[in-house]
Design a protein around this ligand. Structure first.
Ligand code: ZN
Length: 427
C-alpha cells in the first residue's frame, strides 16, 4: 500500500495514526521520552525530512492497482554457466518462499541473474521492487529492465520521479520505500553492503515495512562484512556465492606502489611523485584511460592541479559537483584520459577498458569494501576483461591486506568451481 500524509480524495484509502504505541507508523522509529514538539506532542525525529509527523498526524494508505497479465522475457543471449546456477538458486528460493543472499563479485552480471525470478514474480501477479542506493543506477536499470520485459510497466522511483501508477516492477532508491506499507512480495536489495544501507537502522526499518508480512527480501552484495555475516548465520539465510565474472576471466589483483611523502608531493610541492607520473605517462602513451580515486574533494583538487601542471589532461568530480554528469560523459566518450573522483564513483559505473589508480590508499576512508568496489570498475567488458589496479600509498593497511585476500579467495574459489578459463597469474 502506498502511504501519504495528505489524502488523494479520489482513491479509497485506510487511515492510521501517525504515531501509535510510541512507534512512528511511517518509519518504525521507537519514540523516546524526549521526543516532544513545541506543543508537547510526541513526534518522530527520524523521518522528519519526509514531512513533520506527530501524534495528531494521520497516514493515508492506498492500494496500488496493477493489472494482472502474462509477461514475457526478451533475452537474446544466454547466461553464463555460473549465472544460470545463481539464477536457478534464486528462483528456487523464491518459489519455496525462503530468504537468501546473492554474494557475487563485481561484474558477475547480477541483473541478468534476476530475470527468471522477476518473470516468475510478474506472472504470479506479485508486487516487485528493486531497491538501489543511487538514483543514476535506478534510471539506468529501469531502461535495461524495460528492454527485457517489453510488455511490462517498469517505473523508476527517486527524489524527482514519484509516479508508480500501474507499474509491474518499481526500481527505487531505498529512501523512497518510506512511502510504502506492506506493498511488496519481493524486494531485491542491491548493494546491501554499501552506504547508505550498511549499518543504517532507519533504512532497514523502512525496507521491512515496505515488504508484505510473507514477503521476501533478497539481498545482493559483492562483499559481506562481519555484522552481515553474523546476521546471515543467526537467521540461517542461504547464500549463493558467485566468485567469477560473467566473462570467465579472473579478477585482477591490486598492485602496490609505495610512495613516500605522497601528501606532501601533491599538496605542497604541487607535483607528482615519479611512480605516479610514470604510470600516467605509460597509460597516455598506450592510449589508455584511468579513473583516479582520491580520499577527499580537496585531495582531488590538489591532484587535478598537480596533474595539469605536469601536462596531464584531467577533470575531477565529487558528489556536490554540479557538472559531474557532463565530466563523466566526457570521460566515457574518451575525451578525457584521466578522471579524478572521490568515492562517488566507487560503485555502479561501467566504462570499457579503464584502469584504476587509488591515491593515498592508506587513508581510512578506503576500507576493504571500498577498495574491492573500486577495483571492480576494471575488466567489466568481455573484450577487455582485465585492467590495472594500482594503490599509491606510503604503507600497507589492514584494509589493503584484506582486499588482496578477497581477490585471491574469490579467484581460488572460481577455479575450484570451474568458472574461469584462463591461467591465474601469481597472486
Ligand atoms: Zn518516523
Amino acid at each position: 500500500m502506498k502511504e501519504s500524509l495528505s489524502r488523494n480524495i479520489e482513491t479509497p484509502c485506510f487511515i492510521v495514526k501517525g504515531i501509535e504505541d510510541n512507534q512512528c507508523q511511517r518509519c518504525g522509529y521507537q519514540i523516546k521520552a524526549t521526543d516532544y514538539d513545541d506543543f508537547s506532542r510526541k513526534y518522530c525525529p527520524s523521518c522528519e525530512a519526509y514531512g513533520f509527523i506527530d501524534e495528531s498526524s494521520v497516514l493515508f494508505r492506498y492500494e496500488r492497482k496493477v493489472e494482472i497479465k502474462k509477461h514475457e522475457l526478451s533475452l537474446k543471449f544466454s547466461l553464463s554457466e555460473a549465472q544460470k546456477q545463481a539464477s536457478q538458486f534464486l528462483l528456487h528460493q523464491i518459489m519455496t518462499h525462503q530468504k537468501c543472499v546473492l554474494h557475487a563479485v563485481c561484474g558477475a552480471g547480477k541483473t541478468e541473474i534476476l530475470y527468471e525470478s522477476l518473470l516468475y514474480g510478474l506472472n504470479q501477479g506479485w508486487r516487485l521492487c528493486l531497491a538501489i542506493p543511487r538514483t543514476d543506477i535506478v534510471k539506468e536499470l529501469t531502461l535495461r529492465l524495460q528492454k527485457r520485459f517489453p510488455d511490462s510497466i517498469i517505473k523508476e522511483l527517486h527524489q524527482y520521479a514519484k509516479d508508480d501508477s500501474f507499474a509491474h516492477i518499481l526500481v527505487s532508491t531505498i529512501h523512497q520505500l518510506i512511502h510504502y506499507y506492506q506493498e511488496f512480495d519481493i524486494i531485491f536489495l542491491d548493494e546491501a553492503d554499501a552506504f547508505p544501507f550498511r549499518g543504517n537502522p532507519f533504512l532497514n526499518r523502512i525496507i521491512r515495512k515496505a515488504l508484505k508480512p510473507q514477503g521476501h527480501l533478497i539481498e545482493m552484495s559483492a562483499t559481506i562484512d562481519q555484522p552481515m555475516a553474523k546476521r546471515i548465520s543467526k537467521e540461517k539465510i542461504k547464500t549463493f556465492v558467485l566468485p567469477a565474472r560473467f566473462h570467465r576471466q579472473h579478477l585482477d589483483q591490486f598492485h602496490i606502489e609505495y610512495v613516500s611523502q605522497l601528501d606532501s608531493f601533491v599538496k605542497k610541492r604541487n607535483s607528482l611523485p615519479s611512480p605516479l607520473k610514470n604510470w600516467l605517462q605509460d597509460l597516455l602513451n598506450s592510449h589508455h584511460q584511468a579513473l583516479l580515486f582520491v580520499p577527499t574533494k580537496a585531495w582531488g583538487q590538489w591532484l587535478e592541479k598537480a596533474m595539469a601542471d605536469s601536462g596531464f589532461h584531467c577533470e575531477s568530480v565529487h558528489s556536490m559537483d554540479l557538472n559531474k554528469n557532463y565530466k563523466i560523459k566526457c570521460f566515457r566518450d574518451r575525451q578525457i584520459p584521466f578522471l579524478i573522483s572521490t568515492t562517488l564513483l566507487e560503485r555502479g559505473i561501467t566504462i570499457k577498458g579503464i584502469h584504476i589508480g587509488i591515491l593515498n590508499a592508506s587513508h581510512p576512508i578506503f576500507d576493504e569494501f571500498t577498495l574491492i568496489q573500486m577495483a571492480g570498475r576494471v575488466g567489466r567488458h568481455k573484450d577487455q576483461p582485465h585492467g590495472e589496479i594500482v594503490l599509491f600509498t606510503e604503507m600497507r593497511t589492514t584494509a589493503i591486506e584484506n582486499a588482496k585476500k578477497y581477490v585471491k579467495r574469490m579467484n581460488t574459489d572460481a577455479i575450484k568451481k570451474g568458472l574461469i578459463d584462463n591461467d591465474l597469474p601469481s597472486l
